[in-house]
Structures are given as structure tokens and as C-alpha cells.
Design a protein around this ligand. Structure first.
Ligand SMILES: C[S@@+](CC[C@H](N)C(=O)[O-])C[C@H]1O[C@@H](n2cnc3c(N)ncnc32)[C@H](O)[C@@H]1O
Length: 198
């Protein structure tokens, strides 16, 4: 049933996580035993349902601001019986404020806002938790940024490059940059003994 949702999403050009990235994500969640998950960017609920399918103990808060995506996600999640495990918040990510601690945060929304999202949610990440950012090579465009003609696209790709440099140089974080997996996956965790707000 989730596969049908994938087919429909691909047909309708809804951007969902690629197979390779999804396998990596699911293995990580399984291996580390993450249970409280925050997802930024629900789309039609494809990745959140895959995560929920790993264990009934997993709960996911996922955020979506697009009404059509939100309605599709709610329907898909109910049709597949995951409504007790997945809560879809219909709002802009920027407005989601909570004191909850998550052991895993999957960042899959506006790529230009990755640094903002990191700062917004780092205090919601458990000590031993991790954040995962998708599209870190952005279809390979980070390697050919000088050749990009579209101004908007160029600016977006530059922001991703800047974010990559930022996390590589910020000693609050331990990072693993997996450029060869899917569309490039960054896993970021807190460096032990590091005060996040200094
Ligand atoms: C790449 S898709 C998410 C795909 C989904 N994680 C999956 O793999 O099945 C990104 C989604 O984030 C949503 N989005 C982008 N910026 C957002 C924002 N600021 N607040 C809420 N949702 C946002 C878009 O509407 C889009 O549906």
C-alpha cells in the first residue's frame, strides 16, 4: 500500500525521498532504536509511514504547510492505519514551537532554510540524538554551481554549499556527510560535552 503512494507521488511529481536515502534513513532509525521523531516536510506521508512501520513504539510529529499535501498525508496515514503513530501538523515549520525532545529529526523541507531549521530545533534534540538532512548534493548541482544559469536555482545551491561549510566548521557538531548516498545525506549529532549555545 505504501508502494502505491510512492507510485502516485512520482507520477504527480511530489518530491519524496529516493530509495537509497530511504534505506539509509530506515537502517539508522532501526539500528539506533529511535522512537520519538520529528520530520520537517511531510508531503504525502511517504517517509513518515515508512519510519512508523519499523515499530509500533515509534511516534512521529511531522510538519506540512501545503494544504493539498496535508490532506493527502492525513488520508494516506489513516488508510494505512498509522494515525496513532503519526501526527501531522498543518503549519509552517517556522511556527512549530515545542519543548519536546526528539531522538531523531529528519529535515526534508525547504533546502534554503536548513541552517535556520538547525538552529530552530537543535534544543529539541536529545543528547544522543541525530538530525538527518536530505539533498545535500542537490542532484549533483553543488559540483557545477558556476554553470547554473537560473538565478534562483543558483542562489539555492549556493545556500546548500554554505550550509555544508557551516556544519563542517562548527565545533558544536559531529557530522557524517554521505555524498554518495541518494541525493546526499548529512547526519549531524551533538559533540559530547559541548555547550550548544556558546
Ligand atoms: C521533499 S518534500 C517531503 C518529502 C517527504 N519527507 C517524503 O520523503 O515522503 C518537502 C515538503 O516540505 C514542505 N515544506 C517546505 N517548506 C515548508 C515550510 N516552511 N513549512 C512546512 N512545510 C514546508 C513542502 O510543501 C513539501 O511537501
Amino acid at each position: 500500500m505504501i508502494e502505491k503512494i510512492k507510485e502516485k507521488a512520482l507520477e504527480e511529481r511530489v518530491p519524496i525521498i529516493k530509495d537509497e536515502g530511504l534505506s539509509f534513513l530506515l537502517n539508522l532509525v532501526k539500528e539506533k532504536g529511535y522512537k520519538n521523531i520529528l520530520e520537517l516536510g511531510t508531503a504525502v506521508g511517504y517517509s513518515s509511514m515508512h519510519m512508523a512501520s519499523l515499530s509500533e513504539d515509534i511516534h512521529i510529529d511531522t510538519i506540512e504547510r501545503n494544504e493539498d499535501m496535508y490532506n493527502q498525508a492525513i488520508k494516506n496515514i489513516a488508510d494505512n492505519g498509522y494515525e496513532d503513530q503519526i501526527t501531522v501538523h498543518y503549519m509552517p515549520i517556522e511556527e512549530y514551537k515545542t519543548d519536546k525532545k526528539y531522538d531523531f529529526i529528519f529535515v526534508d523541507a525547504a533546502k534554503a532554510q536548513y541552517q535556520k531549521y538547525l538552529e530552530q530545533f537543535i534544543d529539541n534534540l536529545c543528547e544522543d540524538g541525530a538530525m538527518l538532512f536530505d539533498n545535500m548534493i542537490f542532484h549533483g548541482l553543488i559540483y557545477e554551481v558556476d554553470d547554473i544559469k537560473s538565478k534562483n536555482l543558483k542562489s539555492l545551491v549556493k545556500k546548500i554549499i554554505k550550509f555544508r561549510e557551516f556544519v563542517q566548521n562548527d565545533n558544536r557538531f559531529d557530522i557524517i556527510m554521505n555524498d554518495n548516498i541518494g541525493d546526499g545525506i548529512l547526519v549531524l549529532s551533538r559533540r559530547k560535552g559541548c555547550n550548544l549555545r556558546t
